[in-house]
Design a protein around this ligand. Sequence first.
Ligand code: ZN
Length: 415
Amino acid sequence: MPRPETLAPIADVVVFELPSDDFVPTSAAAAAPSALPVELRVTPTPPTGEGRRQAAAAAAAAAPQARVRGRDRARRTSRPAWSERRAARAAELLHVDEDAQPVRHARPRLLTRRIAVVAGLTAGAALLMGSAAMTAMMLPPATDAGPDAAVTMTAVQPQKVEQLPVPEVSQTPPAADLCALPDVVAALQTGNDEGAIVAAGGGEAFRAAVVDGRASCVDLGDSSRIWTVVDKIRAANPIDYRPSGLVLPDGVRNIEGGALRADAASALASLVTAARDAGVGEIALESGFRSYETQQATYGRHFAERGEGADQVSARPGYSEHQLGLGADVVACAGACGTLDQLAATAQGQWVADHAWEHGWIVRYLDGKTPVTGYTAEPWHLRFIGPELARAYHDGGWTSLEEFFALDPAPDYAG
Ligand SMILES: [Zn+2]
């Protein structure tokens, strides 16, 4: 079907002189249906070269009686009435065709298709460029200007995002040294360890300051402080250190008559009372303060029995928390009291593990921490560090005092 926009000027219209029912079209294009009357049908754009000559010859053979007048302007004008009517009719039909719905929309549709194709190509190109950018970001940077240099330059270009200005992040200024706080200094001077920690902002703030080196007046080796650390590589200072103010804890069943530092004694009484009030049962103090001399005798006895194996069950003199007055071995009682080893299996033992921190105590030697603490699990051995530090220890999920203060592990004695 010839497209309307390819219609030849009216002068080129091929007119069959004697249309008849016997007319046989010579091509599929000529046979195609047409809205035009037979006499106004338009020949399709003829093929070129040999094809055109063959078509003309075939047309002549099939319709020898037809005379082609399209190119003979003189003869056409010799019959003006007939030609003018045909021209008018053709012009009218052509005009109608031009405005016909399919024609009117043909170009917009074509244009739309072209736009769609262009858009598709553009999108494809964008994807290719994006893919190239991703590939370039994953590839190592070019190290020389070899043959791939041009490709690399093109591919790296989308990385301009890295050239965006980096927003300035204001850094939090480091906190001042705890010892610049007058309240901390005052508490330390009066031996009020717990008060110093409170003045420092609490247990965690105190711990963080120590770990960060912002506590120049805090000495973890000072045996008189509740934050002191004694283990197999950190001896008491002096090694025969003896705390002052040892007292017997009030209201606590005391099997050996052990004493504790006053603050620790008060805290143990609080713990025992709380357990009783919770219906857990009675907790008794098995062993409290042990002097350097006492520890010499105790360790000497174990050493005589076990040799070096004594270190597995007894601290050497000068290396025991009991010498600080801050260590307490507790047992569970129900009428009679159990042994140290039996505590863990009792309700009191479970309660101690869960609630001792609320009274300033921690279970110092936990199962699995031997490489750090140097001791196998001792669920009965409590260490007083004060309510503030104990809360920070508990809330932080710490399992050893060495790690709490970021100290080296102490699996064994140095020599
Ligand atoms: Zn102990």
